[in-house]
Design a protein around this ligand. Structure first.
Ligand SMILES: CC(C)(COP(=O)(O)OP(=O)(O)OC[C@H]1O[C@@H](n2cnc3c(N)ncnc32)[C@H](O)[C@@H]1OP(=O)(O)O)[C@@H](O)C(=O)NCCC(=O)NCCS
Length: 188
């Protein structure tokens, strides 16, 4: 039987988008615990125990279960070393729509890895999972995340006032979206 980390969902030139494995716990913990990475995210003070629990849960989980998030590990093809993750949340009321999330370890930012990983993931989401629409929410102050979404060609569909409670404050969010038809047109 395959180990969890041998389950590959999609690949790109430099990256493999695969299932999390137990060997990823430490690297995952290191970048999630970094305050620069968690600044605009829901979590704070991420511990090694949190990382162990998270990875163990992901190993047991399968993608595309309505009402849940599935986290994909992003690893370098050459070393299989995890450098970040991306995730999809299949909406419970409309499973043809998925929400996107993503994080990259700081030492691997600025090299186009997230754009490359998400192009492969979106091909898989619209091609293999046959979804109709992808959405994403981002803190309006998160310029790096906004750049990632706009580089992919996602459209800003809304500015949601005080839509999210983060670290004790109500935060404005932008909602971005892309239809399958828009992605296929862009990929031609
Ligand atoms: C959001 C986040 C993933 C963006 O990371 P990133 O490294 O800027 O994004 P990419 O990997 O796509 O890299 C793009 C950058 O690499 C540069 N680059 C270098 N080589 C490249 C190449 N071969 N191809 C494409 N871009 C390349 C681009 O010019 C761009 O730089 P710029 O932002 O200065 O213009 C990262 O900041 C992060 O993890 N933040 C914390 C978590 C978070 O907030 N997530 C979002 C939640 S909604």
């Amino acid at each position: 039987m395959k180990k969890a980390s041998e389950v590959v969902f999609c690949v790109s030139d430099r990256l493999v988008i695969r299932k999390f494995g137990l060997q990823d716990v430490h690297s995952f913990y290191q970048y999630r615990a970094n305050p620069e990475v968690s600044r605009f995210q829901s979590w704070d003070n991420f511990t090694l125990q949190d990382a162990e629990a998270f990875v163990s849960k992901q190993i047991e989980h399968s993608p595309d279960q309505p009402g849940t998030w599935f986290q994909y590990a992003i690893a370098l093809t050459e070393s299989n070393q995890i450098i970040g993750d991306c995730a999809i949340h299949t909406l419970v009321d409309e499973p043809q729509i998925v929400e996107l999330g993503f994080t990259l370890a700081p030492e691997h930012q600025g090299k186009g890895y997230m754009n490359e990983a998400l192009c492969a993931l979106i091909d898989y989401v619209f091609g293999f999972l046959k979804k109709h629409k992808m959405i994403a929410f981002t803190d309006v102050r998160n310029t790096k995340s906004i750049q990632v979404l706009e580089r992919l060609g996602m459209r800003r569909e809304g500015h949601l006032l005080e839509n999210y409670m983060s670290k004790g404050f109500w935060i404005d969010e932008f909602q971005y979206a892309m239809l399958k038809s828009e992605w296929l047109e862009k990929r031609q």
